[in-house]
Design a protein around this ligand. Structure first.
Ligand code: LLP
Length: 425
């Protein structure tokens, strides 16, 4: 569709955030004035609710929710997640550092890595309670670094799921996990280095709304676990989806139904196998996505042929998901004059020098004008975490709305000095 359609009716579009009192005591315009635009705004109450949703999935005493730090590594948010009783996974030395800053202890951290060198394996082994490696060759490296140690192995269940082929991490076309054909080689390398296999883990991919593939893979993992006696940890991975189409009332993932099926698998396994270890899930997106709305400002509007463009300061260096995966994020509009506007088909773009710099294509939303603030919903997972300095632009600040409605800065915006600091004079 490239038609510019103007509707006769005037509209506002902020009922989602207003219903949640997402911005606390402030208005979006006040926040960008105070902290700068663009700005990732987080709501602490929503973050805590999402942690509790997943902790409530199972009554099993050995059930742990392990937040996947890659979704959002801001130490201030990590501290809240820790207070809610979650443990965390890390996959790089940087993630270990932000977790430490947030107060996570060694025993609260699982290291789930891929293709890392010996120095990183040694660091992970020192700083995380358990380390999971995902190829026979990485088990070999781990054994050289830590002979006689304890290790986990990431396996490929042959079942994948996810919102894009780029984030499906099990099945036929993926670099991840040890294929069952290699279990013989895995056993041999474990033996060679005197390693004790303490756990198995998997991750089918990111964003499922239908629990079936996850539960099928979980069943497979439990079956596989039987052939590795002595395990202490079984980790089923993350991938729990959230509804991105808020204004279309997209249904949430049915956690009650999922929990019932999942809980039955766990209790059955404990009863039949006498398993007394821990069960882990590794959610990132479900915990972090919905607690953030990214705010940006309309800086220019134009018609280019038949398409109306609203130009903003939210380039794909700020939010990469639409550019990389064609991901959909719903928009809210906070008009500069506070008045409703006619609905108009618009394409919202950023300020990066690429045609693919499109935040939201062909959206029928209130007509944007310069000075309006636009809110991008569900921006908390893989938003700031994947932002960059492309075009030598500055990554945005982050602010947190407290339960009492006040708002504090939790990450300052980059400065030009930050950009220059990495280059020797
Ligand atoms: N565990 C492992 C080993 C993972 O690789 C991931 C995500 C997770 C857990 C958490 O998955 P989640 O619950 O967040 O789906 N950048 C993409 C998502 C990439 C996910 C990478 N791995 C996006 O923006 O959609």
């Amino acid at each position: 569709m490239s038609d510019v359609t103007a509707s006769a009716c005037s509209a506002t579009r902020n009922s989602y955030s207003a219903g949640l009192m997402f911005f606390g005591a402030a208005r979006p315009h006040d926040l960008v004035r105070e902290f700068g635009s663009p700005l990732y705004v987080y709501n602490e109450r929503v973050l805590r609710e999402r942690c509790r949703d997943l902790k409530g999935l199972s009554e099993d005493p050995g059930f742990r929710v392990c937040y996947s730090t890659k979704a959002n590594g801001n130490p201030h948010l990590l501290r809240i997640i820790r207070e809610e009783g979650l443990i965390a996974d890390a996959m790089s030395p940087g993630e270990l550092a932000v977790l430490k800053r947030a107060g996570f202890r060694r025993e609260d951290i699982c290291y789930v890595c891929n293709n890392v060198d010996a120095a990183e394996l040694a660091l992970a082994n020192a700083r995380a309670d358990h380390v999971s490696v995902d190829s026979v060759s990485q088990v070999e490296s781990f054994g050289r670094v830590n002979p006689g140690g304890r290790v986990m192995a990431r396996v490929n269940p042959g079942i994948g799921a996810g919102h894009s082929s780029k984030v499906i991490t099990a099945g036929k076309n993926t670099k991840f996990g040890i294929h069952p054909e290699d279990f013989g080689a895995l056993r041999a390398v474990l033996k060679k280095h005197g390693l004790k296999l303490i756990g198995l883990n998997q991750h089918v991919g990111s964003l499922f709304m239908d629990p079936k593939p996850y539960l099928d893979a979980a069943r497979w993992l439990l079956k596989t676990a039987v052939s590795f006696p002595g395990l202490e940890i079984i980790d089923f991975g993350g991938g729990f989806g959230i509804p991105y189409r808020k204004y279309d009332r997209e249904k949430r993932l049915g956690l009650a139904e999922f929990g019932a099926g999942f809980g039955a698998l766990l209790s059955d396994f404990r009863a039949k196998q006498g398993f007394s270890g821990i069960f882990i899930i590794e959610p990132g997106r479900y915990i972090a996505a919905e607690c953030s709305i990214l705010l940006g400002t309309v800086t220019a509007v134009k018609n280019n042929g038949r398409v109306r463009y609203a130009g903003t300061d939210m380039g794909f260096n700020v939010l990469a998901r639409p550019m990389i995966y064609d991901s959909f994020h719903d928009l809210e509009i906070y008009p500069v004059d506070g008045k409703p506007r006619p609905l108009t088909l618009q394409t919202v773009v950023g300020n990066i020098c690429e045609t693919g710099d499109v935040l939201a294509k062909d959206r029928l939303v209130p007509e944007l004008v310069e000075g309006d603030v636009v809110g991008v919903l569900d921006a908390g997972a893989y938003g700031q975490a994947m932002s960059s300095n492309y075009n030598q632009r500055l990554r945005p600040a982050e602010a947190l709305v407290r339960p009492d409605g006040s708002c504090v800065l939790i990450r300052r915006r980059d400065t030009i000095e930050d950009l220059l600091a990495v280059y020797p004079e």
